[in-house]
Design a protein around this ligand. Structure first.
Ligand code: GDP
Ligand code: IMO
Ligand code: MG
Length: 465
């Protein structure tokens, strides 16, 4: 088979290297070309987080070489269930539970060193090896003043609060963008660290004292507390972008794992009710140092219904017994903060949006089992925005706040599907539901989750090959 230029298509196993060897060397250009197997894959949340990214990453862990967190911090809570063992991960990539995987915390992540070391210790106590962890020297550090500022600024917002996780995420990213952040590499140069903390506290102390009525922070105390982590973190710190690109050169498979979800993205989400980073596909490039041409797969993790934690608009939110039932059966309680998650029906305009914004190639539909037993399952197919039917997300925040769901009811099923391992094992109505979501969201559904466990999954298309 050949394409329009007469070359065999790359996906058919043709090597660009072979092609370029046949071309004349162009002047001083390097002759080495990247491998064309492009084995970097993004896995991200398609809704407001908690879609089941942890389980999906863990499931793929056995077939990848590196798993990289590319943004967010310990605002994330990823639950992974393996047999009778349950793990809650916050900063460490979910691939850490697969012994062969090299887990990486990329430059786009914000790290609370105390939380990271505690998480590593907790896993070590359960015989999970964390020694292969790689941490980017460019990742920013969450310090105690970031956590304080997160909490006090939320308090001051009153009814308009974002409902953050209170982990210091927003203030740390704000400092990064303002160029007054402290990075992992600063831990290894005391005089630079001191200079940077002094610089940051100049403005922080003004704000803490004059706006929030708090005590000023001492430079020495902050520097000393940060230096305490230097020795413990040093063995893990590398130039992760270099390591990952070299791994790709050697055809290693790199999985880029997002925290949060598409609608929590600071650029594309329901701003200002978002997190302060880019969980969407573009964030995977900036947060890891891997260029877009080296990524050939983007997998969206999509829950069969919708949940959200914290404040902000949520058109399909349920305040009735159905919502309570989703919460109870789905175990919809925050892994990080223990807050009850807001629950609602599936929202197709959101799924379509996630497909588009992330250029999804595949969807992993999770928690289908939670819908078992509902007589009818409404799916929001469009919104009524002030009398106008809209198939897509409204352009403005006000429009989204006014969006009322327009539902199409699908018939439910009563059979227990938790042991289904192939699509044929699903009752006809469950299959129709999946087909309806695939058609309306515009991405093929390649896997379906029917339970918490790693194995409770139906595979339709290979997510890696
Ligand atoms: P993440 O933040 O996207 O990793 O998701 P969380 O771990 O915060 O929340 C998802 C929850 O759903 C976790 O408790 C998972 O163990 C669980 N889960 C994931 N997939 C499935 C599934 O297909 N069915 C059921 N019943 N639970 C699932
Ligand atoms: P995972 O990775 C769900 C929400 C918070 C809040 C907003 C901003 O488990 O899917 P932040 O502390 O980030 O400044 O809070 O974002 N949020 C999440 N919601 N899952 C998450 O992560 C979240 N991380 C942040 O509830 O509304
Ligand atoms: Mg979560």
């Amino acid at each position: 088979m050949v394409n329009s230029q007469g070359f065999p298509p790359i996906r058919e196993g043709f090597s660009v290297l072979t092609l370029l060897k046949t071309l004349p060397n162009r002047g001083n250009l390097p002759t080495r070309v990247p491998s064309c197997n492009v084995p970097a894959i993004i896995l991200l949340g398609s809704q407001w987080g908690d879609e089941g990214k942890g389980k999906a990453t863990d499931l793929l862990g056995g077939r990848v070489d590196y798993v990289v967190r590319y943004q967010g911090g310990n605002n994330a809570g990823h639950t992974v269930v393996i047999g009778d063992q349950k793990f809650a991960l916050h900063l460490l990539p979910s691939g850490i539970l697969t012994p062969e995987v090299i887990p990486v915390i990329g430059n786009g992540v914000v790290i609370d060193p105390a939380v990271l070391l505690q998480e590593m210790r907790g896993l070590n106590e359960r015989n999970v090896d964390t020694s292969k962890l790689l941490i980017s020297a460019n990742a920013h550090l969450i310090t105690p003043y970031h956590v304080t500022l997160d909490k006090v600024s939320e308090r001051f917002l009153g009814n308009s609060k974002i409902g953050t996780t209170g982990r210091g995420i927003g203030p740390t990213y704000a400092d990064k963008i303002s160029r007054i952040g402290i990075r992992v590499q600063d831990l290894f140069d005391e005089s630079i660290l001191r200079q940077k903390v002094e610089g940051a506290l100049l403005s922080k102390n003004q704000v803490l004292v004059k706006v929030y009525n708090r005590r000023a922070l001492e430079v020495d105390a902050i520097v000393e507390s940060l230096l305490e982590y230097a020795e413990a973190l040093a063995p893990y710190v590398v130039d992760t972008a270099l390591v990952l690109n070299k791994a790709l050169d050697l055809n290693k498979v790199v999985l880029l794992e997002g925290g949060q979800g598409t609608l929590l993205d600071v650029d594309h989400g329901t701003y200002p009710y978002v997190t302060s980073s880019n969980p969407t596909a573009g964030g995977a490039c900036t947060g890891s140092g891997i260029g877009p041409t080296r990524i050939d797969r983007t997998i969206g993790i999509l829950k069969a219904y919708t949940t959200r934690v914290g404040s902000g608009p949520f058109p399909t939110e349920l305040f009735d017994a159905d919502g309570e039932r989703l919460r109870t059966i789905g175990g919809e309680v925050g892994t990080t903060t223990g807050r009850a998650r807001r629950c609602g029906w599936f929202d197709a305009p959101i799924a379509k949006f996630a497909t588009r914004i992330n250029g999804l190639t595949d969807t992993f539909l999770t928690k289908l089992d939670v819908l078992t037993g509902f007589d009818r399952i409404p799916v929001c197919v469009a919104y009524d925005v002030d009398g106008t039917r809209m198939e897509e997300l409204p352009m403005t925040q006000t429009g989204f706040h006014h969006a009322k769901p327009i539902y199409e009811d699908l018939p439910g099923w009563t059979e227990d599907i938790s042991n289904a391992r192939s699509i044929e094992d699903l009752p006809a109505n469950a299959r129709s539901y999946v087909q309806f979501l695939e058609d309306i969201s515009g991405t093929r559904i390649s896997a379906i989750g029917v339970g918490q466990d790693r194995d409770a999954t139906i595979s339709l298309h290979d997510l890696i090959a």
